[in-house]
Design a protein around this ligand. Structure first.
Ligand code: SF4
Ligand code: SF4
Length: 173
């Protein structure tokens, strides 16, 4: 019975296609065979806003976001293909390409660039703007006289206080 089964398997193997391919001469269509494979991270820079969320989410520090210079960088050889950055991206511009990163003998990082719009000029503070816009009220001659009188009185009071203070100091000495 056992030898019959073995013979059947042998015959099937002889006439069926091999399970392997002659890589690298022959390559499999991994997009079709493994549509959910996590090959490497790609970023659609047209949509990316360089918010830095992916950098903060990455557990191995493979992503660097330089918003000031408009650079988004990933070290594909540090990345562990966990796809956490893909899930955390608020703009959904990150995705996992099914193809693995290129095999290489030299490590390198992938840098993407985007020209970010210049930051908007700061608006003046509300108080300062209001102060600048408000013109000084024009006084009538009577009001002018009252203001001059008040200033004179204040100056006299200040001078008297200063004199008293000076006299107190000389008495102490
Ligand atoms: S989280 Fe998304 S939008 Fe933000 S920097 Fe990363 S890729 Fe760009
Ligand atoms: S897939 Fe994971 S390890 Fe790779 S960059 Fe994204 S968060 Fe980092």
């Amino acid at each position: 019975m056992g030898s019959f089964k073995l013979g059947k398997m042998t015959m099937r193997s002889l006439f069926s296609k091999p399970a392997t391919v002659r890589y690298p001469y022959e390559k499999r269509d991994i997009e079709k065979l493994f549509p959910h494979m996590r090959g490497h991270v790609v970023n659609d820079m047209d949509v990316c806003i360089l918010c830095g969320m992916c950098q903060r989410a990455c557990p191995v520090g493979a992503i660097t976001v330089d918003r000031k210079n408009g650079d988004w960088t990933i070290d594909q050889y540090r990345c562990i293909q966990c796809a956490h950055c893909v899930h955390e991206c608020p703009k959904k511009c990150l995705s996992m390409d099914v193809h693995p990163a290129e095999a290489t003998t030299e490590l390198y990082v992938t840098k993407e660039h985007k020209d970010m719009p210049a930051p908007a000029a700061k608006k003046p503070a509300a108080g300062a703007a209001a102060g600048a816009a408000k013109p000084k009220p024009k006084l009538t001659p009577e009001q002018e006289a009252r203001v001059a009188e008040a200033r004179k009185k204040a100056a006299a009071k200040k001078a008297a206080a200063a004199k008293a203070a000076a006299e107190g100091e000389s008495a102490e000495a």
